[in-house]
Write a new protein. Structure first.
Length: 333
């Protein structure tokens, strides 16, 4: 496994593609949902899952410029205007960097995951679009070059260009953002038999608002506890020690505030742990929650029981069970 994605591989601009690297045809790409923060690693940890995810169909057209002809699964919430959609804006930045603003593209975006779920919805869409255009152009440069453009999409979507969703969506696997300035991304190993149980309650927790309620100042003793947990989690991943992973996934900085936005969060955590979860926490900014489990059966029992609990308090939900997705985006169809 390539564990370190070196900072020097992320240039401010990509060398223009040579003239014989044209683009033609149609491509259909899937990019995965992600779980960011992983409880204790606010803005620096994330991993990809096998489902859900988003799909982009991209076609080369004769007229230069980008159009968005269709968006499905968004309940009409996302803009068709290419100047306002994260997918087209990110693709346009990429085309400018490679010197290919001469080509025409039509984009279809198919949302296969809920918007505002805390599962990296905007990241999946953006990564699918960038992977599609890179493949159409025959650009064989390191995929890490796409990361700054994906972060531009995140900045448009939620006002902050963080990488803890887009990096795992782009590279797959478990990712550590060691530094933002300069950008330094590390792929981490992980136990292959670790399952993720995800429950998305049908409540609204906008990412921008969820970031605004986080404490700006913290006590030193809390910081020491938090970075000890982050170090413990990363050590557990390298050591294949699921017990260490579980006892390290505790958050005393962000979770106490964001949990107030999620109905019965602590009750759900209690239920999940009683059912055999290794750990339990908020996915990204929420409202999705997730648990790690040692096997698929336990993960399914957790999602079933928590979904039943939410139904009993008149809250609908979606559930997913997945191993960690090490592949990231892929061409489908």
């Amino acid at each position: 496994m390539e564990n370190n994605i070196q900072e020097e591989k992320i240039p401010s601009a990509i060398s223009p593609l040579s003239g014989n690297q044209g683009a033609s045809g149609t491509i259909h790409v899937f990019a995965p949902a992600t779980v960011a923060n992983v409880v204790c690693g606010f803005d620096v940890l994330g991993f990809a899952v096998n489902e859900p995810g988003d799909e982009v169909i991209m076609r080369v057209t004769n007229k230069p410029g980008i159009t968005i002809s269709k968006i499905t699964g968004d309940d009409g919430r996302l803009p068709l205007d290419p100047a306002k959609n994260t997918v087209s804006v990110s693709v346009q930045h990429y085309l400018q960097s490679v010197g290919r603003t001469d080509i025409g593209l039509d984009i279809e975006l198919h949302k296969k995951m809920p918007i505002g779920s805390g599962l990296g919805s905007s990241s999946a869409s953006t990564v699918a679009g960038l992977f599609a255009i890179k493949t159409l152009l025959g650009d064989d440069a390191d995929p890490v070059n796409l990361l700054p453009f994906a972060m531009k999409g995140e900045e448009m979507a939620c006002g902050h260009g963080h990488a803890d969703n887009v990096a795992p969506a782009l590279f797959g696997g478990f990712v550590l953002v060691r530094s933002y300035e300069p950008l330094d991304i590390i792929r981490l190993p992980h136990p292959k038999d670790l399952y993720c149980a995800i429950i998305f309650p049908d409540v609204d927790v906008p990412t921008r608002e969820a970031r605004q309620i986080i404490r700006k100042n913290i006590q030193m003793k809390d910081a020491v506890t938090q970075w000890g947990n982050i170090a413990g989690l990363v050590s557990g991943l390298f050591m294949n020690d699921i017990d260490l992973i579980g006892r390290s996934m505790k958050d005393i900085l962000v979770e106490p505030v964001r949990s107030m936005l999620i109905p019965d969060f602590y009750k759900m955590r209690e239920m999940a742990m009683e059912l055999g979860a290794v750990s339990f926490g908020i996915s990204g900014s929420g409202p999705s929650v997730f648990a790690f489990a040692r096997d698929e059966g336990t993960a399914h029992r957790i999602t079933q029981k928590l979904q039943q609990h939410l139904t009993a308090i008149n809250i609908g939900s979606n559930t997913y069970v997945s191993t960690i997705n090490d592949k990231g985006p892929k061409v489908i169809g």
